[in-house]
Design a protein around this ligand. Structure first.
Ligand SMILES: [Zn+2]
Length: 127
């Protein structure tokens, strides 16, 4: 069995995300939810996922690569991000550029932002 390493901060975000999905009325809520077909039998692991009205609702916790978010999108009904330092996830769409370091929204594609930016930390403008 493979152990998934998690920082206390990331675990706390997952706990908040599970609560969020419960309050939303999701059923079958799971962490490390496997999505798609890949070498390991799955292609991606979503941090937290649940089912509502037959739709898969996913919450990614903290910084996530834009590459992964765009790959997840076809599999999910709704995709949320819970950034570090926040209590409530926000609903993500493919035009929203997030920081890969913390998950906070940076801007929208086309308004001076690339689809795949470096983290705020790398740019020294964290937050
Ligand atoms: Zn950041």
């Amino acid at each position: 069995m493979k152990t998934v390493y998690d920082t206390p901060q990331h675990l706390e975000l997952k706990r908040k995300s599970v609560l969020f999905l419960v309050q939303m009325g999701c059923l079958s809520i799971e962490t490390e939810y496997k999505i798609g077909q890949g070498k390991n039998g799955y292609a991606f692991r979503a941090d937290v996922a649940g089912i509502k009205d037959g739709k898969l609702i996913v919450v990614e916790c903290g910084g996530t690569s834009m590459w992964k978010l765009n790959k997840l999108l076809p599999f999910v009904g709704e995709l949320y991000i819970l950034p570090h330092g926040q209590d409530k996830p926000f609903k993500w769409n493919a035009n929203m550029v997030i920081c890969q370091g913390c998950g906070n929204l940076k801007g929208v594609v086309g308004a001076g932002y690339e689809r795949n930016p470096r983290s705020h930390k790398a740019l020294n403008i964290y937050g």
